[in-house]
Each structure stands twice: as structure tokens, then as C-alpha cells.
Write a protein that binds this ligand. Structure first.
Ligand code: NAP
Length: 297
């Protein structure tokens, strides 16, 4: 075991893609002793055991967190209130609690509700990494390498709890950034939640056409790239759309306005306006890709 190990027992509630990958990365880094897995379906917990993602399974959340120094909640965001309510009376008083939810203010509100006041050991988090696949079978140890993980500490979060959660993500190879929860939700509505809604809506639209078989048969690589994220979990994205609906609807309104402008320009064959939009977008996208590649090298 590496010298990085300092968490004797970690409880993972939700052993799907995100939780399972975290467990595998932490095991590979020697960051934890035992990992206790908790989830809804016994079959999935059994699979997590077989794949070596967890060391022990405990279906009851309260029993699962007993004695754990670090608890990581990796379930869809609207499942978090019930999980927090179940674990609040059972957690070690000095335990560190974090989550991986894609929205942050809803998770903080849920913790406040369950714990009465926000615990010093609670440090909300969100890894900016994932795939369109779900479940423990999709988990892999390197998911977080060279990726960003955002922490949104509350005013009550202690320095030592923040340091523990930061060390956990760094052990998996991630960089860590700290953001205010509201700002996180606004930014992620634009860069993640909006594109997912767009991909789901586009595929749903095309699938509803009478000639959908032909439409999909002739789709090219660009369609596959653009719609990859429409293969993501509908349960998870329903929860995200609901939990971040305020910021998401603002971003949707802005996009609809932009699309209407573009539609009007295309309708009257205003090629200058169309070209200007495409050129600005290409430049911005190329700059973004350069930046990502620079950070990753
Ligand atoms: P996933 O692969 O579908 O795994 C979800 C896990 O949560 C499973 O262990 C599932 O248990 C459990 N679960 C689902 N509904 C539950 C409920 N109502 N009560 C208790 N447990 C429940 O999903 P994931 O991709 O790992 O996502 C987990 C979290 O990570 C979500 O909050 C999501 O917003 C966040 N996140 C996802 C991504 C991504 O790209 N996927 C990226 C960053 C953050 P069973 O298998 O037994 O049903």
C-alpha cells in the first residue's frame, strides 16, 4: 500500500460509473484500506464485489456508513435527500462526507435539510469526467486522470475536510478547483446540462419521424459525435434537469433566441450573418480544444 493511504474505511453509496471508477482509482493509488459499497440493487452490489470495486457490500445506508472515515455519495442528485436523511444519524462525528452530484446547490440544500446544520465534514464535489455509459460494468480506474474535479465547500466545511476530499481526487489523478455552488450550477448548466438536453431533444425529434430508420441509416460521423451524450442515463439527466432547472431554462432561452436569429438569417439567405456566427463558433471551439490540450500535456 502506498504512503498516500490514510483512509481506513471508505463507504461508497452508489457503485455505478462514477462511484465505481472512484473506488478503482483509489484502490490503485493505495489511498484507502477497505471500501464498503452500498446501493439499491443487490445484483449490482454483487457485481461490484466480483469486479473488485468494493471489498464488502452493505445494502442499508445507515449500517454502511458506520465506522467510515470518508463517505462518498454517488447516486443521482434527486436520490441524495433520502440518502442523507438515512446516514445523518449513523455517521461518525469526525467523518468526512462528499458527493459527486452534477448539481451542487440542490445537494447542499438536501444536506442542510437532513443534518439540520451543514456539517464541518461535508465538502460537496463534482468530477468533470464521465462517459455515456452507466453502472458498475462501465467503471474504470483511469476515468479521473488529468481531469478536473470541482469542490464547492460550504461556509461550514472545515479546512481538514476540504484537504481530505482534495487528496482523494488527486490520488485518482484529477486536478481540483474550488467554486461557489451557485456559480458552479450556472456554468455547468451552460457547458454540460444544455448540450445534454440538446442531444436528447435532437435524437428524440429524429426518432419521431416516420422515416427515422432511413434518417439514422444515412447519418454520418458528425451525427454520432454530436449525439453521443444522448446515450446517457435518462434517470440521471431527468434529476439534473429538475435540480438545476432555473439556470438550465435561462440557458435554454438564450439558445432558443440564438437559434431563432440563425433561422431568420438562413430563411432570407443572409449568408454574411450565418458565416459570421459559424466563424465565431469555430474560433471559440478551436481555442477551447487548444486550451484543453495544453492543460493535459
Ligand atoms: P450510474 O452509473 O447510473 O450509478 C448510479 C448509482 O446510484 C447506482 O449504484 C445505483 O444503484 C444508485 N442509485 C440510483 N438511483 C438510486 C436511488 N433512487 N436510491 C439509491 N441509489 C440509487 O450513475 P453515475 O453516472 O455513476 O452517476 C452518479 C452520480 O454522478 C450522479 O449524481 C451524477 O449526476 C454524477 N455525475 C455523473 C457523471 C457522468 O458522466 N455519468 C459525471 C459527473 C457526475 P443501482 O445500480 O443498484 O440501481
Amino acid at each position: 500500500m502506498s504512503t498516500l493511504a490514510h483512509i481506513d474505511r471508505l463507504t461508497l453509496i452508489g457503485t455505478g460509473l462514477i462511484g465505481g471508477s472512484l473506488a478503482l482509482g483509489l484502490k490503485q493509488a493505495g489511498f484507502v484500506g477497505e471500501i464498503v459499497g452500498c446501493g439499491r440493487r443487490g445484483s449490482q452490489l454483487q457485481r461490484a464485489l466480483e469486479l473488485g470495486v468494493i471489498d464488502r457490500s452493505e445494502p442499508d445506508p445507515a449500517a454502511a456508513v458506520a465506522g467510515a472515515g470518508l463517505v462518498v455519495v454517488c447516486v443521482p442528485v434527486l436520490a441524495m435527500p433520502a440518502i442523507f436523511a438515512a446516514i445523518a444519524p449513523a455517521m461518525r462525528p469526525d467523518a468526512v462526507l462528499t458527493d459527486v452530484g452534477s448539481t451542487k446547490q440542490s445537494v447542499i440544500d438536501a444536506a442542510q435539510q437532513a443534518f439540520g446544520e451543514l456539517p464541518a465534514g461535508f465538502v460537496p464535489g463534482h468530477p468533470i469526467a464521465g462517459t455515456e455509459h452507466s453502472g458498475v460494468e462501465a467503471a474504470f480506474a483511469t476515468l479521473y486522470q488529468q481531469r478536473l474535479s470541482i469542490l464547492t465547500p460550504t461556509p461550514a466545511s472545515s479546512e481538514s475536510a476540504i484537504a481530505t476530499v482534495q487528496a482523494m481526487w488527486q490520488a485518482c489523478g484529477a486536478r481540483v478547483a474550488v467554486l461557489d455552488a451557485e456559480h458552479h450550477d450556472d456554468v455547468l448548466a451552460a457547458t454540460s446540462h444544455l448540450p445534454h438536453v440538446l442531444a436528447f431533444a435532437l435524437v428524440d425529434l429524429l426518432a419521431s419521424r416516420a422515416d427515422h430508420d432511413e434518417v439514422f441509416a444515412y447519418a454520418a460521423g458528425g451525427f454520432r459525435d454530436f449525439t453521443r451524450i444522448a446515450s446517457s442515463s435518462p434517470d440521471m439527466w431527468r434529476d439534473i434537469a429538475s435540480a438545476n432547472r432555473h439556470a438550465l431554462t435561462q440557458n435554454l432561452d438564450a439558445l432558443i433566441e440564438r437559434l431563432q436569429g440563425l433561422r431568420a438569417a438562413i430563411a432570407v439567405d443572409d449568408r454574411r450573418t450565418v458565416h459570421a456566427c459559424f466563424s465565431r463558433a469555430k474560433q471559440a471551439r478551436d481555442n477551447y480544444v487548444d486550451l484543453v490540450e495544453e492543460v493535459q500535456t
